[in-house]
Design a protein around this ligand. Structure first.
Ligand SMILES: *Cc1c(COP(=O)(O)O)cnc(C)c1O
Length: 406
């Protein structure tokens, strides 16, 4: 039975890398009455969110908003641009990249999966040189799209999307570039137009600080052109009618009205803080978190310091310690949720989310819960991670001046 009548004192600490905590401002905005989605007020709201979200993706081109989870927007990206039997080059960075590849198979595409064996590839970002080499060898241009995950939420590793674009260009290959930044958007620097991405996929429940339930496709003119000849069956996901109706702020079907109120508020909060300040805040919290993990003497899942994720940190537990048992102890004792190890990493690591509505003291409380839980689980710790993070946050002058940004 669902025990919604059980309310422990204080806030639950939802420190998984999405869904992330929804700020009160957004919850309040979402509590406004639901309005007629064909009425005059709705069109104004539609136009406001459709233009605002472009600033977050850094694009001048259309962004489609679906009433669906991120998985739906993955399917939309593939089905609008590709045809049955098309070869797509995908890259194994972790669990989410693997799920997207499985979806491509189900949709009758032929994914080729680049990557390293075992969990080695789950500790590093995309190697653009390998993509370039594969594309150079494809002289017949049978590869129709390159698909990569920008922020691999299962591991805490990012990938250099600009380098992937350069690799495609250096090979002189016409493949489309499709990128999943479901957990990267509005937390890690992202530039849809400048990086020459054709379709960017994102979702509401990570950096945008909204509940789950809406997702996005940012689409380039080249992607729109591809959609005109792409043959994969699609109806709900079809861009053409949505983009046409969005010009006046409406949708062909009922959009997620109250989540769009939340989105309007989220965009205002993010742009109000300033995107660069938002990114710097995430980098700073991530650095503090990594210092804590190192002080504990535990290993960070990401093996390449140049691609540490600003969104989450994957923490490996020592041999013989079940990471899920540690998570359960922390949940039971301190009312805090941490991310589980996914796929190949089940039981071997836990994930600390430090994204969205998170500040210095949120992170300090999170790390305190982790440290207490690790001790209860008898994980030998070298030193206090809490003290290491406090030393960094308490003395680091790089904290952005929030007043100046407002
Ligand atoms: C969360 C996430 C997804 C899945 O999104 P859903 O909203 O659960 O469908 C896909 N890719 C990445 C990188 C994610 O973080």
């Amino acid at each position: 039975m669902l025990t919604l009548d059980f309310h422990p004192a204080g806030r639950h600490f939802l420190q998984i890398p999405g869904p992330s905590p929804v700020p009160d401002r957004i919850l309040r905005a979402m509590s406004y009455p639901t309005i007629d989605h064909r009425g005059p007020e709705f069109g104004a709201l539609g136009l406001q969110v459709l233009s605002g979200i472009k600033k977050i993706f850094k694009t001048q081109h259309p962004v489609v908003i679906y009433p669906a989870s991120g998985t739906g927007a993955w399917e939309a990206a593939l089905s609008n641009t590709l045809s049955p039997g098309d070869t797509v080059l995908m890259y194994e960075t972790g669990h989410f990249a693997t799920l997207w590849k499985k979806m491509a198979e189900k949709l009758d595409l032929k994914p080729e999966f680049l990557g390293l064996p075992g969990i080695e590839g789950w500790r590093r970002g995309v190697d653009a040189a390998r993509i370039e080499a594969r594309l150079r060898a494809d002289t017949a241009h049978t590869i129709k799209a390159v698909c990569v995950v920008h922020n691999e939420t299962s591991t805490g590793v990012t990938s250099n999307i600009a380098a992937v674009r350069q690799a495609i260009d250096a090979a002189g290959h016409p493949a489309l570039l499709l990128v999943d930044t479901i957990s990267g958007l509005a937390s890690a620097d992202y530039r849809h137009d400048e990086w020459g991405v054709d379709v960017t996929v994102s979702g509401s429940q990570k950096g945008l600080m909204l509940p789950p339930g809406i997702s996005f496709n940012a689409i380039s003119p080249k992607a729109i052109e591809a959609s005109q000849t792409a043959k994969l069956p699609r109806s709900f996901w079809d861009w053409s009618e949505i983009v046409e109706m969005n010009k006046t702020g409406y949708w062909p079907y009922t959009p997620n009205t109250n989540l769009l109120y939340g989105l309007a508020e989220s965009i205002e909060m993010i742009l109000g803080e300033g995107l660069d300040n938002v990114f710097a805040r995430h980098q700073r919290l991530a650095e503090a978190c990594r210092r804590a993990v190192r002080a504990w003497g535990l290993e960070i899942q990401c093996a390449d310091p140049t691609v540490y994720s600003p969104v989450l940190t994957g923490v490996m537990t020592p041999e013989g310690i079940d990471a899920d048992a540690v998570r359960k102890t922390i949940y039971d004792r301190f009312d805090m949720s941490l991310g589980t190890g996914l796929g190949k990493l089940k039981g071997r690591m836990f994930r600390i989310g430090h994204l969205g509505d998170c500040n210095d003291l949120t992170l300090m409380a999170t790390l305190s819960g982790c440290e207490m839980g690790l001790k209860i689980a008898r994980v030998p710790l070298a030193a206090s991670g809490v003290v290491a993070a406090m030393d960094y946050l308490g003395s680091n002058a790089a904290k952005p001046n929030l007043k100046a940004a407002a």
